[in-house]
Design a protein around this ligand. Structure first.
Ligand code: GRF
Length: 209
């Protein structure tokens, strides 16, 4: 049985997709806690409804990024998680914090990295005129939105798309690839080896020579 802690800042739809998949597919996992940096994150209600401890560590209570990250780390480490899952967690993390969870912290970003890092990714995609957009699951490193890529999904950008319609199309894909990536980690098939995200596939029978 593996333990995960999920960090959110808002609605938590990716968190819900992960919780749902874990239940439906009976993953060998305990979702030990959901932690938000904002007390008004609506995803906290869903966690509570599922019987998962919902914890708030308000970033506004800390004067420095370092102090907030230290407080966050101590709450996370109470649960000794095998994996930390960032699911719409909208804080830039310090290198020191990230180093604590090297190879065991995942994020989802709503673009095809390395394109469109940071915020307003759908607006960036529309402004750039790309015809294909998407989402990326990656290991978290100190370099914002640049960690080793685990999985990506693509969607078309349609001529009449707005930020909202494009975001909704991407989000559907996020809800598919993020649970799959987390499941791969839980089952020991996903790991970070020499800075590269490696996913083991089923053993294949090689043809006899
Ligand atoms: C998602 O699009 C995620 O990729 C991005 O923020 C959004 C969070 O949505 N980092 P939710 O809170 O998971 O519903």
């Amino acid at each position: 049985m593996r333990t995960i802690v999920i960090l959110i800042s808002g609605r938590g739809s990716n968190m819900q997709a992960i919780i749902q998949a874990a239940q439906n597919e009976k993953w060998p996992v305990k979702i030990a806690a959901v932690i938000s940096n904002r007390a008004d994150a609506s995803g906290l209600h869903h966690a509570t409804a599922q019987g998962i401890p919902a914890i708030v560590v308000p970033h506004k209570d800390y004067t420095t990024r370092e102090a907030f990250d230290a407080a966050l780390q101590s709450r996370i480490d109470e649960f000794a998680p095998d994996l930390v899952v960032l699911a719409g967690f909208m804080r830039v993390l310090t290198a020191r914090f990230v180093a604590q969870y090297a190879g065991r912290m995942l994020n989802i970003h709503p673009s095809l990295l390395p394109s469109f890092i940071g915020l307003a990714t759908h607006r960036q995609a529309l402004a750039a005129g790309v015809k294909i957009h998407g989402a990326t699951v990656h290991f978290v490193t100190a370099d914002l939105d640049h960690g080793p890529i685990v999985a990506q999904a693509t969607v078309p950008v349609l001529p009449d798309d707005t930020e909202e319609t494009l975001a909704a199309r991407v989000l559907e894909q996020e809800h598919l690839i993020y649970p799959q990536a987390v499941r791969s980690f839980i089952e020991g098939r996903l790991s970070l080896i020499d800075g590269i995200a490696c996913i083991a596939i089923d053993k294949v029978e090689l043809p006899v020579q």
